[in-house]
Write a protein that binds this ligand. Sequence first.
Ligand code: DGY
Length: 330
Amino acid sequence: MLERAGVDVRVGTEREDEGVAPSVMLEGIQWCDVLVSLLTEPIDRALLAANPKLRGVAQYAVGFNNIDVAGATALGLPVSNTPDVLTDSTADLTWALLLAAARRIPEAQEYMKAGRYKLWGPNLLLGADVSPGGNGRRKILGIIGYGRIGAAVAKRAVGFDMDIIAYDLHARAAIDSSGIARWAELEDLLAQSDFVSLHPLLTKETHHLINERALKLMKPTAILVNVSRGPVIDEAALVRALNERWIAGAALDVFEHEPAMAEGLANCENAVIVPHIASASVGTRDKMATMAAENALAHLRGERAPNAVNAEVYSSVAYRERAARALGAT
Ligand code: DGY
C-alpha cells in the first residue's frame, strides 16, 4: 500500500527474529518522515526528538506501551495503533490457552507423540472442568481489564455456562451495563475465580498487579491466563506459585522480559506457554498491516490518522509547528 502510494519504504531489518538495534533506529529516524513501529522496539522521547521533521508514528499493534506517547505528544507527534481488528483473535487465543491449560492439551500431545499411550485409563491426564461438568457447579471466570478484549472473552464464557466477574478501575460502567459480567473488587475476584484472565493495559498501576500476594490469594485449583503484557505478572513469583502449587496452572502468551522467560518457567509442567501469538491469524495480521499503512499515509499527508491514540496532539502548537517545518522541507 505504501509503495503503491509512492512512498520510499525502508525496512530496519529483514530479520523478524532479531529486531532493530537502537543504533539503527537512531540512524533511521533521522531521515524518515513517518516511523512504522512494532511493539518490540522501545521508542522514547529522545529517539523521537532526533528528527524535528518526523510527522508521526504508526504502530503495528493495538498496544503501544513501548512508545513514550506523552513524549510524542509534547513533541507534536501523532501516534496511531491498530485497535479493534485483533479483539476476536485475541479473545479466541485466550480461550485456546484457558482450555489447553485446564485440559492439559500440551502435556497430552507430548504423551501421544512420545508413544506413551498404551491403554486408556480412568486417571489418565485428568484436568479441570471449564463448563459445570460432573459436579454441576458453574465455574467462575474473573476478568481483569474489561476493555474490548476483556468483554469479548466474557462473551465467549457465556457459552461455557460460567459466572463472570470483572475488575477494571476505568471500566466499571462497562461491566455494570454488560448484562453478563458483574463487578468485583480485585481481591474478591482473585479469591473467588476458577480462572483469572488478564486484559489490562500495561501502566504503572498494572505493572506486577499479579505479584506474590495476588497469587497467594488465588485458589490452589485456579488457572491464570495472560494475553495482555508480560510485566502485569511478577514472573519470578509466578514460577514459585506454579512449582509450589499456590495455583494449579498458568497459560501465557506474553512474558515479563520478552522474549526471555523467567528462570524455571519453561520447566513448569503446569504452564502452557506460546510466543505472543494472540493476534497471529492471517486475516487479523493482514488487516493490522492495512490499518498501520492507512495511519502512516495520514501522518505523511498531514491528515488526522484514523487511529490516533493521542488525538489531542492535533490541536497543539507543537503539532502546528512541526507541520510547518515539514512543509518547509518539501
Ligand atoms: C498488540 O497488538 O498489542 C498485540 O500484543 C500484538 O498484536
